[in-house]
Ligand binder design. Structure first.
Ligand code: 1GP
Length: 254
C-alpha cells in the first residue's frame, strides 16, 4: 500500500496511530538500536526522519541503520532541500501553509522536486501548519515564519480547508519539536471538523495523556520526537495508549 493510503485508511476507519520522529543529528547508533525496535514493537506506523536544522551529515547513515533495524516505512520530514534520499520510502512533500514565506510555500519544492523524482520515492503532498506552542522553535525561526496563533481555531480551520482545496492530501499540525505546549484540542477539533484530510499532530507531546487528548480531539496520527529521544522506553506506553484510543473509538463508533 502506498504510504499516503495508509494515512487515508486510518482516517476513513476511525483508527489511531503514531509516528516516531528521528532527528539524524541526535541519532547515535546506540540510540537507534534501542529506540527503533522498541517503537516497531510498540506498533508505530512509520518513522519520520528529518529536522529543521541538520548540522551533521548523518541522514544517509541514519536511514541505513534504521532500514536494518525495522521494516516500518521511513518517511522523510525535510527541513531543507538537502534532505532527500533514495533510501527512504516516501517524503512529506511539505508546503508551510501557516506561513507567508514563499520559499517554504513553493520555492524549496521547485528545487527539491527533481531530486525527489530521481530518488524514486513517494511524495506525499502535505499541508504543514506551525502552531504557536508557547515559545519560538527552531522550525519557526529557520522557516522565518510566524506560527498560527495557538488560540485561533478558526484561522487553523480556514488554513486547513484552503490546503485541501489546493489539492494537498495530508495535514500536519505542529507546535515544533520541543515546544512547551502541544497543539490545543480546540485547534485539532476545528481542523478535523472542517477538513476531510488525514490529520497528523505533533510537537510537545511528552506523555501518554497528551497523546490520548490529541487522538480524542481528532488526530489520526500523533508524532513524538523529543520524549522518545530522552526515554526510548516511552514507546511501550505510547503503544498501549494508542491501543486504548482505538478500543474506545471502536466502542463509540460501533
Ligand atoms: C516536531 O512534531 C514533531 O516536528 C515532534 O515534536 O519532538 O516535541 O515530540 P517533539
Amino acid at each position: 500500500m502506498f504510504n499516503l493510503q495508509r494515512f487515508v485508511h486510518l482516517r476513513q476507519n476511525h483508527q489511531k496511530s503514531f509516528a516516531v520522529l528521528i532527528d539524524p543529528d541526535k541519532a547515535s547508533p546506540d540510540h537507534l538500536a534501542k529506540l527503533v525496535p522498541l517503537a516497531t514493537e510498540a506498533g508505530a506506523m512509520c518513522f519520520f526522519i528529518g529536522g529543521s536544522l541538520l548540522s551533521t551529515q548523518q541522514l544517509e547513515s541514519t536511514l541505513a541503520s534504521m532500514a536494518a533495524l525495522s521494516d516500518l516505512p521511513l518517511i522523510l520530514f525535510p527541513g531543507s532541500v538537502q534532505q532527500v534520499s533514495a533510501q527512504a520510502d516516501a517524503i512529506l512533500f511539505l508546503s508551510l501553509i501557516s506561513g507567508r514565506n514563499p520559499e517554504f510555500l513553493i520555492g524549496s519544492q521547485v528545487i527539491a522536486a527533481p531530486a525527489v523524482r530521481a530518488a524514486g520515492i513517494e511524495a506525499i503532498p502535505t499541508g504543514y501548519m506551525l502552531i504557536d506552542g508557547g515559545a519560538p522553535t527552531t522550525a519557526s525561526y529557520i522557516s522565518n515564519t510566524q506560527p498560527l496563533p495557538g488560540n485561533k481555531p478558526d484561522i487553523a480551520a480556514c488554513t486547513a480547508l484552503a490546503g485541501e482545496m489546493l489539492g494537498l492530501r495530508l495535514l500536519y499540525l505542529d507546535t515544533g519539536s520541543g515546544a512547551p505546549h502541544g497543539v490545543s484540542t480546540a485547534i485539532i477539533r476545528a481542523v478535523k471538523n472542517t477538513s476531510n484530510l488525514p490529520l497528523v499532530v505533533g510537537g510537545g507531546i511528552r506523555n501518554a495523556e497528551a497523546a490520548l487528548l490529541a487522538w480524542k480531539a481528532g488526530a489520526d496520527v500523533v508524532v513524538v520526537g523529543n520524549a522518545l529521544e530522552e526515554d526510548p522506553d516511552f514507546a511501550a506506553a505510547l503503544g498501549m495508549a494508542c491501543q486504548k484510543a482505538n478500543a474506545s473509538n471502536t466502542l463509540s463508533v460501533g
